[in-house]
Design a protein around this ligand. Structure first.
Ligand code: IMP
Length: 443
């Protein structure tokens, strides 16, 4: 069985916790897009670990953790992460797709220089070189992790690239060049430290599918940051939606059995771009402080807003969501009124869809349905029955408005603060046939 877990909003929905929870039962956990712009923390009996590239399953014995072809990898960051993992004896096995592209030192410099050049129109990137690395991949100038196996050919590719990148850095952005010697030294170190992890990850997946293993595909960022379907140009440079889990791992359209979207009970966004339900002032401050809404990768304060069901319904469509996970319910505990945006208003017209035009999206007015707050703690509640009736009413409305079932509710950072609402969705070792999968042609 294969499940894809994606962020349903603009990232930081708390995917890490829920993926870690499900990963306990998984055999293979694979990351399919993005790079170290993402970040998640896993917590188990061995400690608390902040990871940016290696999938959450690494904390669990007997798991295979794949970093797929659709990702971009900063080798220095990965080496640090591997050292942390090895030092703490995290038990999962790690494999890196030979097709994954590397973030080179010039990509990081270019990302930062391009952002500075954009001035007031900056995207607000994480500055980790993500966009320039994907640009090189698409323009066929990229360097793949597998290239580390042949240092001579790799040196020649790097020399050609560096020739152009240094001209851009110096002549257009008026910033320092990067020395060839520095990169040549680096690739030797990368080769030494990474080569044993480089693998044909597609083959590992196919063998595990054949054996009917439980495979979990781990999304990074969120659907609304997707390069094609997000709020372009204020997006990341990869396909963060569930479709990215096919292209970013070499799977076929019919391979995925279940797609789960993770949503906060409110909304956050880091970086620039339209955010229809954004709020300011006291309510925003309260949420930011209680929920610790500061970026895991950059430490930037996150922008805050109410739950946007118009955007969530769009997310259901672009990801093909079967169910949703609602996180951080407890953060809403102290509010007198809680809001869900059900429609938008634009120039006097009511919109029930998520517009792609940045100008419309930046100028719409959210139309809200208001709910009475519950003024009662839901923190660490671990069963649905134990939730108060007003919180249940809010959740029921979320399901009705968004139109898909809630599979899990998270009420705090601990593993126990997780309520499986319809756990049948995620039963680990059922076969696809048990789940009613009818095969090609619906036989
Ligand atoms: P980039 O991915 O660094 O190019 O950044 C592009 C946009 O995506 C910026 O608005 C970032 O703040 C946002 N972004 C990238 N990764 C994440 C993430 O993991 N969580 C939330 N926002 C992200």
């Amino acid at each position: 069985m294969i499940i894809t877990i994606v962020g349903g909003q603009w990232g930081d929905e708390g995917k890490g916790k829920i993926i870690d929870h499900i990963a306990e039962k998984a055999d293979v956990i694979a990351r399919y897009a993005g790079g170290n712009n993402a970040g998640h923390t896993i917590e188990n009996k061995l400690g608390k670990f902040a990871l940016h590239l290696v999938p959450c399953g690494v904390g669990w014995e007997g798991t295979k953790n794949l970093i797929g072809s659709g990702t971009v990898i900063d080798p220095d960051v990965l080496i640090n992460e591997l050292e942390l993992i090895n030092k703490n004896n995290l038990p999962g096995e790690i494999f890196i797709s030979e097709k994954a592209h590397m973030i080179m030192p010039y990509h990081i410099k270019l990302d930062q220089a391009e952002e500075a050049y954009r001035g007031s129109e900056a995207v607000g990137t994480t500055g980790r070189g993500i966009g320039p690395a994907y640009s090189d991949k698409i323009s066929r100038n990229g360097i793949r992790i597998g290239d580390l196996k042949n240092i001579e050919t790799l040196q020649s590719k790097i020399s050609k690239n560096l020739n152009i990148k240094n001209k851009i850095l110096k002549e257009i952005y008026n910033t320092d060049e990067i020395s060839e010697k520095y990169i040549f030294e680096k690739i030797k170190e990368w080769n030494n430290k990474l080569s044993k992890y480089i693998a044909n990850t597609e083959q590992i997946l196919y063998e595990n599918i054949e054996k009917n293993k439980f495979i979990l595909l781990e999304g990074a960022q969120g659907a609304l940051l997707d390069i094609d379907h997000g709020t372009y140009p204020y997006v990341t440079s990869s396909n963060s939606i569930s479709g990215g889990s096919l292209t970013g791992l070499g799977l076929g359209a019919k391979d995925i059995d279940n797609v789960m979207g993770v949503f906060k009970a409110f909304t956050t966004r880091v970086g620039e771009g339209p955010f229809p339900t954004e709020i300011f002032g006291k309510d925003a401050e309260t949420i930011r402080e209680i929920a610790g809404e500061f970026g895991t990768t950059t430490g930037r304060p996150r922008r805050i807003g109410w739950f946007d069901a118009v955007a969530a319904k769009y997310s259901v469509k672009i990801n093909g969501l079967d169910g949703m996970v609602i996180t951080k319910l407890d953060i809403l505990d102290k509010f007198e009124k809680i809001k869900i945006c059900t429609h938008y208003e634009y120039k006097g017209e009511v919109l029930s869809y998520f517009p792609s035009d940045e100008n419309i999206l930046s100028n719409i007015k959210p139309i809200y349905k208001e709910f009475e707050g519950w003024d009662e703690s839901t923190f660490d509640v671990s069963s649905y029955e134990a939730l108060n009736s007003k919180a249940k009413e809010f959740l029921k409305n979320l399901e009705d408005i968004v139109g898909i079932p809630i599979a899990y509710i998270s009420t705090g950072p601990s593993r126990e603060a997780t309520i499986p609402v319809s756990y049948t969705h995620l039963r680990a070792h059922e076969t696809r046939e048990d789940r009613g999968w009818r095969g090609v042609g619906g036989k």
